[in-house]
Write a protein that binds this ligand. Structure first.
Ligand code: SF4
Length: 462
């Protein structure tokens, strides 16, 4: 089912991006490649000449959405010229079924080959990097918040997860590229950098004299007398940049901005990293640390190499080191064989940790993941019950935590302004949604007094 449409200069593309921040960041690189071929973006799929899907294999619901969309687009193709392509996290199983539906399939790592695949090499305005697709300059979609991927892939093979089969093995991006990208963003007004990767705290890159030269260039440009000292102490023993080193370097940059990161893995959250994170002035006081289950037996079955006690220890140390820290998590209910008692342990953990927010997922098997060969034996109704009950516990802990914010002055990065209401909506440094009236402050930091609190948000006064 291939379209033979001849492209002209005013071609428009539409991107459907599903899933995590990594997919969103990939999508920004994909947009850059498409625009480099003279396509312009449209938010209207019905007027697009080219439709690309950045897929997510993590949940069946996401894949079902793609099956629904492609049959509608194929029906539309009978009425007008349209080309479709699929990329992102796609398992072999889905890829085989979708290959006959989409015109093209491309692995994200081969993004520099997209012009060739679409027959648009003649239109490419500048040569695309060939080393790693992460070296492609992204077309950032947000003016003052940016995703910056630092690593890609995963070697952990948690038994419920398909990501290692779609994204392949872990690779860390060059620190020079990351720092250069961050500086460029900050110089252009970005206020928040989100460092992303499947396991950000496994970031690890050996460096050489070329990196020293680059870093001393940064020192000279921004007059950072402390950085050489930091550099010497960081590199004294091993010439590597790990996640802590990267944070320390980014922290030294003389811009007013926030750093967030997602997701860290409890197994690699060392005391050294806790100390670095606590010292940082740019990192926000928010720890998103996936637990997945509050039961040691379930964690073993999931191939998550930590115990509930070790997990709690990290949270306690982080809370002791960072006053006002907000803690959020990801959790699965109804994983294969999860008994009532095991689920109750997760509920108990939720009460002990007092999470500010959690992404609670009902288990669904993903083809390719090891657990897809096991019996998915917790009935759907029971998964629903566990999710809803856990959500109620979360609502209580989030509400209590938010109540403690009332009367405090919090720093907010404003996301948007509603003209009709004269109201700003933004996120606090602890990642809580807050609304307050006043002039349009979109894209700016504001100091806001928290006036009232609900479980899922705050209201304040400028
Ligand atoms: S750490 Fe586990 S859950 Fe996260 S991407 Fe890797 S396999 Fe999936």
């Amino acid at each position: 089912m291939h379209s033979s449409r001849l492209y002209c200069l005013s071609m428009q593309y539409y991107l459907l991006t599903i899933g995590c921040q990594m997919n969103k960041a990939d999508s920004e690189r994909l947009a850059a490649v498409l625009e480099c071929m003279n396509f312009s973006r449209t938010d209207n799929e019905h007027s697009a000449d080219l439709i690309g899907v950045v897929a997510c294999a993590v949940r069946q619901k996401a894949m079902d959405r793609i099956y629904g969309k492609i049959s509608a687009w194929n029906a539309e193709k009978k009425r007008r010229p349209l080309t479709t392509f699929l990329t992102g996290c796609v398992l072999d199983y889905d890829r085989k079924r979708l290959a006959v539906e989409f015109d093209h399939f491309i692995e994200m790592k081969d993004l520099n080959r997209l012009p060739d695949i679409l027959g648009r090499t003649a239109e490419v305005k500048e040569a695309l990097p060939t080393d790693s697709y992460l070296s492609i300059n992204p077309h950032h979609t947000h003016q003052y918040k940016a995703y910056v991927p630092i690593m890609n892939g995963c070697n952990s093979f948690c038994t419920y997860c398909a990501v290692p089969y779609t994204r392949g093995r872990e690779t860390s991006r060059s620190p020079k590229d990351i720092i250069a990208e961050v500086i460029n963003l900050l110089e252009n007004g970005t206020k928040e950098i989100l460092l992303i990767g499947q396991i950000v705290n496994k970031y690890f890159v050996p460096v050489d004299a070329d990196f020293d030269k680059f870093l001393f260039g940064v020192v000279e440009t921004y007059n950072l007398p402390d950085l050489p000292e930091l550099h010497t102490s960081l590199f004294r023993e091993k010439r590597i940049v790990n996640f802590g080193t990267l944070i320390a370097i980014l922290d030294a940059l003389p811009f007013d901005y926030w750093i967030r990161y997602t997701s860290p893995h409890p197994k690699w959250f060392t005391d050294d990293l806790i100390a670095t994170v606590a010292r940082s002035k740019k990192l926000v006081p928010h720890l998103h640390i996936p637990v997945q289950s509050g039961d040691d037996g379930m964690l073993r079955k999931m191939l998550r190499p930590y115990t509930v006690e070790q997990y709690k220890d990290i949270v306690h140390k982080m809370r002791a080191a960072i006053p006002g820290l907000a803690v959020t998590t990801d959790v699965i209910v109804g994983f294969c064989g999860e008994t009532d008692d095991q689920y109750e342990n997760t509920k108990k953990l939720f009460r002990e940790i007092n999470y500010d927010m959690a992404y609670i997922n009902q288990y669904s098997p993903r083809p390719g993941a090891k657990a897809s060969n096991w019996e998915d034996d917790v009935p759907h109704d029971e998964k629903e019950r566990r999710e809803s009950e856990l959500n109620n516990v979360l609502r209580q802990t989030a509400f209590t935590n938010n109540q403690r914010q009332v009367g405090k002055i919090v720093r907010v990065l404003v996301d948007e302004y509603d003209d009709a209401k004269g109201e700003n909506t933004g996120k606090t440094n602890t990642f809580k949604t807050i609304k307050f009236e006043g002039p349009d402050l979109a894209g700016q930091f504001a100091e806001v007094t928290v006036a009232s609190a609900e479980a899922w948000g705050l209201r304040g006064n400028l």
